[in-house]
Design a protein around this ligand. Structure first.
Ligand SMILES: Nc1ncnc2c1ncn2[C@@H]1O[C@H](COP(=O)(O)OP(=O)(O)OP(=O)(O)O)[C@@H](O)[C@H]1O
Length: 473
């Protein structure tokens, strides 16, 4: 994920992100028409087209104070769609992803956690004049220490068309240069405060080394005049990061550790004032990003009202929620509503529906996932996995890819074969078989109580959840 997306901290999120690592975008053409399979996305065409339209509106700044609900049965790609939208929006648009249940597990009140998530999703692009060194790299010389305890020493020589100069560089700078793959002939810019290096391109004087028609290298002129210049530079920061940095004397450290605690309201008000002032003075732009909330049914009435109000604020992100529930109880009340979302909030949401997949789509998704996980799979085995996906769930079938590969490797095979899939299908049960098993052996499990009320409650719950999204439309 891009560095402006919120840091992935917990295990579930790492798993969820890895589940979607094959997705690079919505796979649409210039007219927002979905290609059948593109950028890792398969089928689900009308939802992808609708998502593309929303991305366009967000980019044009035309959709502030609105929310989007992606609704559909489990495993129909709601999270995948949200991830694809985040890729389409690019690094310059903040995108924060949380799941409803997280709000209740942090060491802070749920409204504080929600406020932080909202403020992480609003970016401030600050422009300022800064001192930079800008020139073509003549030489980078790094002296390796003779012993392990020794320190590396480095020097870089830069030139313009009018002058050249040699500078000593520290460890951090050496690392940056090697990470960016900077070598002589590159034109670079170094910010004097902080030492951030940016590669501007390759000097034209080196163009003879390449076949210009076949390479896509960005050639630039060697700068002229002084090496040291004053230039406009742009920084991106979220208003939550600004809150944290201004709340503690070692705010950066807090941000890095992710242990930000509750932020005082006065600090937030000051930051809002400051940011709005910068905007007025033309020093900064406010970039409303996206707050994605998965498992929306986990939110309660209090959080929903809070969200409803937050959407009306001057500084509000675009809210994208995902729900796989039908008509269900709104947490914290005895009322039922579609997706468990209060009607007044639902009323301001644009709803994108995802539909269950057909055989061919499931097969394609499984094929892409197998490639992503570096697993070679036989056609027959893929067909078997697809049938399993159709009969059970896409998620379950995806889980069987890596496990079948382990079984195949154990027998020293190079490709997953039909029998490997059969084997893992018998080793790991899907939800249907697992419930069947529980029904047969329930008396032997702990906490089993088979009284009438419990049965009644269970039945009610099943009825609620069996009302599918299609029935609502
Ligand atoms: N259209 C698609 N193209 C490519 N991959 C997809 C598509 N739809 C789903 N997937 C993949 O299938 C898996 C399950 O989908 P996902 O988690 O997005 O479903 P979901 O609707 O969010 O489910 P839930 O309601 O259970 O949260 C993920 O690995 C996802 O990346």
């Amino acid at each position: 994920m891009s560095n402006f997306l919120s840091e992935v901290k917990d295990i579930t999120r790492i798993e969820r992100t890895a589940m979607h690592s094959h997705i690079q975008g919505l796979g649409l053409d210039d007219f927002l028409e979905p290609r059948n399979v593109s950028q890792g996305m398969v089928g689900q065409k009308s939802a992808r087209k609708a998502a593309g339209l929303i991305v366009r509106l967000i980019k044009q700044g035309k959709i502030a104070g609105r929310g989007i609900l992606i609704a559909g049965q489990p495993g129909t790609g709601k999270t995948a769609l949200a991830m694809a939208m985040s890729h389409e929006l690019g690094e310059q648009t903040p995108f924060t992803s949380i799941s409803g249940s997280e709000l209740f597990s942090l060491e802070m009140s749920k409204t504080e956690a929600m406020t932080q998530a909202i403020r992480k999703s609003i970016g401030v692009r600050v422009k300022e004049m800064a001192e930079v060194l800008e020139g073509e790299v003549v030489e980078i010389r790094i002296e390796r220490p003779e012993s392990l305890e020794g320190v590396r020493k480095g020097k870089i020589t830069l030139k313009t068309t009018d002058m050249d100069s040699m500078y000593e560089i520290g460890n951090k700078m050496m690392d940056q240069l090697s990470e960016l793959g900077i070598s002589s002939g590159d034109v670079i810019s170094i910010q004097k405060a902080g030492g951030k290096v940016t590669k501007l391109g390759r000097s034209y004087s080196r163009s003879k080394d390449y076949d210009i028609n076949t390479s896509n290298i960005n050639f630039v002129e060697c700068p002229s005049g002084e090496l040291q210049k004053t230039k406009e530079v742009v920084h991106m920061i979220s208003i939550h990061d600004m809150d944290v940095i201004n709340s503690y004397s070692r705010g950066f450290e807090k941000l890095f550790l992710g242990n930000t605690g509750e932020i005082k309201q006065e600090i937030r008000e000051k930051i809002n004032e400051q940011v709005l002032l910068w905007r007025e003075e033309g020093k900064a732009d406010i970039i409303p990003g996206v707050l994605f909330i998965d498992e929306t049914h986990m939110l309660d009435i209090e959080t929903f009202s809070y969200l409803n109000r937050a959407l009306e604020d001057d500084l509000s992100p675009i809210l994208i929620m995902a729900s796989n529930r039908g008509i269900t109880r709104i947490r914290g009340t005895n009322y039922k509503s579609p997706h468990g979302i209060p009607i007044d909030l639902l009323d301001r949401l644009l709803i994108i529906a995802t539909k269950p997949y057909e055989y061919e789509d499931i097969k394609h998704i499984l094929k892409i996932r197998a490639e992503e996980e570096d697993v070679e799979i036989d056609e027959e085995a893929l067909e078997m996995l697809t049938n399993i996906g159709v009969e059970t769930s896409l998620r379950y079938a995806i889980q069987l890819i890596i496990t079948s590969d382990l079984v195949s490797k154990k027998r020293k095979g190079t490709k997953v074969k039909l029998n490997d899939v059969r084997r893992v299908y018998t080793l790991f049960v899907d939800v249907k078989r697992s419930s069947q098993f529980l029904k047969e052996y329930q008396k032997q499990f702990m906490f089993f109580e088979n009284n009438e009320t419990e049965e009644k409650e269970k039945k009610e719950k099943e009825d609620e959840n069996s009302i599918l999204i299609e029935d609502l439309n």
